[in-house]
Design a protein around this ligand. Structure first.
Ligand code: FNR
Length: 383
């Protein structure tokens, strides 16, 4: 089977590229402006060297940990991605089931295409919900209440999106919602008939968690996007975080934090962890790679809070490096979507298996039998 022939994330990316119409693949791949942050996210890992311990008994490797209080098989989680149905008809449910099978937390996006209540029942893994503080605080409070009712284990507040980043690839490829039929996009959709048929018959662009807020869904996906786009609030501040933390009263991570000072303020305002992230290079271009911020953030906030490194992870060895620098875990976005696009739930399974094998092998080769033993002495920046 095709998936079994994929030896790594890059191979699955190649398969995803073949399956998706060009504008959809570009939407997945793209970053903001000149994509400087996007390319640095992965480059930062390549600049790090691993310093192995030798003559250590590594006949077994302990990889289990907790992320936001939830037990996990190894230190990885799956980041929120909007409009997941665009990449495969089984969408978020396929991702959540695969994540649960691998004992990893999955975070559903507010912009997801599956209702959070439906996802809450999929598989037995830890479930997180990614939330925004909207202009209408009532909408945010409604999400909090729904997440409590549906048994979510934690909330992830994304704070790097006061406005959408400048994604020039989407304009160049003609991606709009619904897709605009330019000559080249028409050709690309025609070359991917099974995808296009699904898009026409299914509801690929339905923001399932907010659609009830828009009376006239019949008016089409644009009205939904207009509604949610109008809800983004540039005036959100730390005060609002305090409000959300009190409202939720459970594990709460702030996603999009980049500096030690903001990490500290997040914890002081009621967060239980931070997700170092530049949104996969899709928001502020020029923001540093999350991997480069781990040590300084950990030094500032101490051992207690979770610090997740999100962006650029393409190998299990990247996770080992992040942990050595002081991260609790890493998070992935595009890699699991490559798997989803390539082969649905089985494709996500394949990505997670490959990354785990790489992680465990790297730990063994580095002579570290327990993730708790990983430390700064195992990693250095290439001079
Ligand atoms: C994202 N990301 C994102 N983040 C978020 O907080 N809410 C969202 O709805 C989305 N949507 C989204 C869609 C797509 C297609 C991508 C690629 C990314 C960002 C995501 O959670 C994560 O931060 C990055 O994907 C991590 O970088 P890598 O792993 O893709 O390099």
């Amino acid at each position: 089977m095709q998936l079994q022939r994929a030896n790594n994330v890059a191979d699955l990316r190649t398969q995803a590229r073949r399956k998706l119409p060009h504008p959809i693949f570009e939407y997945l791949e793209g970053g903001a402006d000149d994509e400087v942050s996007l390319s640095r996210n992965s480059a930062a890992f390549r600049e790090l060297e691993l310093l192995p311990d030798v003559l250590v008994d590594v006949s077994s490797v302990r990889t289990e940990t907790t992320i936001f209080g939830q037990p996990c098989r190894w230190p990885l989680m799956l980041s929120p991605t909007g409009l997941t149905r665009m990449f495969h008809g089984h969408a978020e449910l396929a991702v959540a089931r695969a994540a649960a099978r691998h004992g990893l937390p999955y975070c559903l996006s507010t912009m997801g295409t599956t209702r959070l209540e439906e996802l809450g029942q999929a598989g037995s893994g830890p479930k997180l919900f990614q939330i925004y503080i909207f202009k209408d605080r009532g909408l945010t409070a409604e999400f909090v209440a729904r997440c409590k009712d549906a048994g979510y284990h934690g909330l992830v507040l994304t704070v790097d999106t006061p406005v959408a980043g400048n994604r020039e690839r989407d304009r160049a490829s003609g991606l709009s919602l619904p897709p605009r039929l330019t000559l080249s996009s028409l050709l690309s959709f025609a070359l991917h008939p099974s995808w296009s048929l699904q898009a026409l018959t299914g509801s690929k662009f339905d923001l399932a968690n907010v659609s009830h807020r828009v009376d006239a869904l019949a008016a089409g996906p644009m009205s939904l996007f207009d509604y949610i786009g109008g809800q983004f609030d540039r005036a959100v501040t730390w005060r609002d975080l305090e409000w959300l933390a009190a409202e939720w009263n459970g594990p709460l991570a702030i996603k999009g934090v980049m500096t030690p000072a903001d990490a500290e303020q997040s914890i002081n305002c009621g967060a239980t962890g931070v997700i170092l992230s530049n949104h996969g290079g899709r928001q502020l271009d020029g923001a540093p790679a999350p991997a480069d911020q781990i040590s300084a953030v950990r030094a500032r906030i101490g051992d207690g809070p979770d610090v997740i490194c999100d962006g650029g992870v393409r190998r299990g060895s990247d996770v080992v490096k992040a942990l050595a620098l002081g991260a609790t875990a890493c998070s992935i976005g595009r890699p699991y979507i490559y798997g989803l696009a390539a082969g649905g739930e089985a494709g996500v399974d394949r990505v997670l298996s490959l990354l785990f094998e790489e992680f465990e092998r790297t730990m063994t080769l580095a002579g570290v039998p327990d993730i708790a033993a990983l430390g700064q002495r195992h990693v250095r920046r290439r001079s």
